[in-house]
Design a protein around this ligand. Structure first.
Ligand code: AMP
Length: 450
């Protein structure tokens, strides 16, 4: 299938051609015609699969073809979980709106409120926003959604995990009319709250699942290295940077303080590195992202919070200096490389403290991993064997009450309902109920500040 088969308006086709795209990606092939025919959608797709154009193109087409329901109200609202992500979608959207009569604006938490009020007064056709700040403007009557034609929720699972359910409901209720179309994208459709929301928000939606968001990225090679401790991880990293060729590298660490520390270690070793840490102001973060995307720095050290927002084609390698706490995050991290069909390499260091997370990733990817090693840097650590569970003779008591059940016999899930916590190596995983984090508990300025 070619883009020219999709029946897009000629103005849109010129921009697509200008971008050099000829063939729609799989999600675009399925989502664009379904959305253009007016259906509500719930779709899952891998990161980096071309999802953004899968909703921008039908949105533009709709505005070009249909008369507005209202002269003042926004016609399309696109909600994203983080500021970085919203900015990237906005910049793709601007490529299309700048050649049209349509006005698009970006409304993010953490930015000047009054400036945004003035922006909203100009009656934009498109709003790209993070939900918290937008809901504030809505509550204060700075704009209305009675004429909204298309509501797009991107990374809906992430927005719900961040605790934006209330704001999403408020926004939905403000735009609750018969003619509204809703497109909902989520990394996974296997998410109870996403499904509840889909039932509440969508009308007879078409369900599109392109592979699994968690199955193997075709273009990304995955390597895992066992490591003994922090010093060993640094030696592995140093070896990689000194001996392998790379364009740009994103390194993920467990905490913000590790981010700064590691970037300093690299700089001391003559590597052009920067740290994207949560303590920075938004303008400092923008500056760092800008210089990294222009190639001025070779290495960016960051935490998970930046993993979804970055769309940089020159990132040849992602390094998990520490494994992510949640297995799903691994997929988002490695999706920062291998963008737009280019090859990528994802390297993970697995020490004793990473073991539980590593096993969860292995389970999610449904693969058994063999470990690589660099010459002279083989780890002594070989993994943690699962503890043998003693067979407890069922007494008549524990048969009835189940008290004889060992911890390791508990079900282990890596989905959003439950997750494993191990404080230190060798700790038995403890099964806990995962509560969605309230937005103010997220440790990064990537998440909007209202
Ligand atoms: P996304 O999943 O929307 O973040 O897109 C990932 C990358 O793929 C972005 O750099 C897009 O510009 C690029 N892209 C989107 N659609 C296509 C296409 N049909 N052909 C080639 N690249 C594309």
């Amino acid at each position: 299938m070619q883009f020219s088969d999709l029946g897009l308006e000629s103005g849109l086709m010129s921009t697509v051609e200008h971008l050099g795209f000829t063939e729609p990606t799989e999600i675009q092939q399925q989502a664009i015609p379904a959305a253009m025919s007016g259906h509500d959608l719930i779709a899952s797709s891998k990161t980096g699969s071309g999802k953004t154009l899968a909703f921008i193109l039908p949105a533009m087409q709709r505005l070009l073809k249909n008369r507005a329901l209202s002269k003042k109200d926004p016609r399309v609202l696109i909600l994203m979980p983080t500021r970085e992500l919203a900015k990237q979608v906005y910049s793709q959207l601007r490529m299309f709106t700048s050649a049209s009569q349509f006005k698009a604006v970006l409304i993010l938490g953490g930015e000047n409120f009054n400036d945004q009020v003035k922006t909203l007064e100009k009656d934009p056709h498109f709003i790209v926003a993070t939900p918290g700040r937008l809901a504030d403007h809505l509550s204060q009557g700075h704009f209305y959604l009675n004429g909204l034609e298309l509501l797009i929720l991107d990374e809906a699972d992430r927005m719900l995990d961040l605790g934006f359910a209330k704001q999403l409901t408020q926004i939905n209720n403000a735009a609750d009319h018969r003619k509204r179309q809703t497109l909902m994208f989520s990394a996974t459709l296997d998410h109870a709250q996403v499904n509840d929301f889909a039932l509440a928000l969508l009308k007879k939606p078409k369900r599109i699942a392109i592979g699994s968001a968690y199955t193997e990225h075709q273009d990304i090679t995955k390597r895992f290295y066992l490591s003994d401790n922090l010093a060993h991880k640094e030696a592995l990293l140093e070896h990689f940077l000194a001996n392998e060729s790379y364009q740009q590298v994103i390194i993920f660490t467990a905490t913000r303080s590790d981010t700064d520390r590691l970037a300093n270690v690299l700089i001391e070793n003559g590597i052009s590195a920067s740290a994207l840490s949560g303590e920075l102001s938004q303008s400092q973060r923008n500056q760092i992202m800008d210089s990294f995307s222009k190639g001025q720095n070779k290495v960016l050290v960051t935490t998970d919070l930046a993993s979804r927002g970055l769309d940089l084609v020159n990132v040849s390698h992602v390094i998990n200096f520490d494994m992510p706490k949640h297995a799903e995050e691994y997929v988002h991290r490695i999706g920062r490389t291998g963008r737009a069909g280019s090859k990528g390499d994802a390297i993970s260091f697995v020490g004793p403290k990473d073991w539980v997370s590593f096993k969860n990733v292995e389970g999610l990817l449904q693969q058994t991993t063999s470990f690589d090693s660099f010459k002279g840097l083989k780890a002594k650590f070989t993994g943690i064997k699962p503890k043998k569970t003693k067979k407890v003779k069922p007494s008549s008591d524990n048969k009835r009450t189940n008290q004889g059940k060992s911890k390791s016999a508990l079900p282990v899930k890596s989905n959003n309902k439950t997750f494993l916590i191990a404080k230190e190596a060798g700790d038995m995983p403890v099964l806990r109920k995962k509560k969605p984090l309230p937005a103010d508990k997220i440790e990064s300025s990537d998440i909007e500040e209202s």
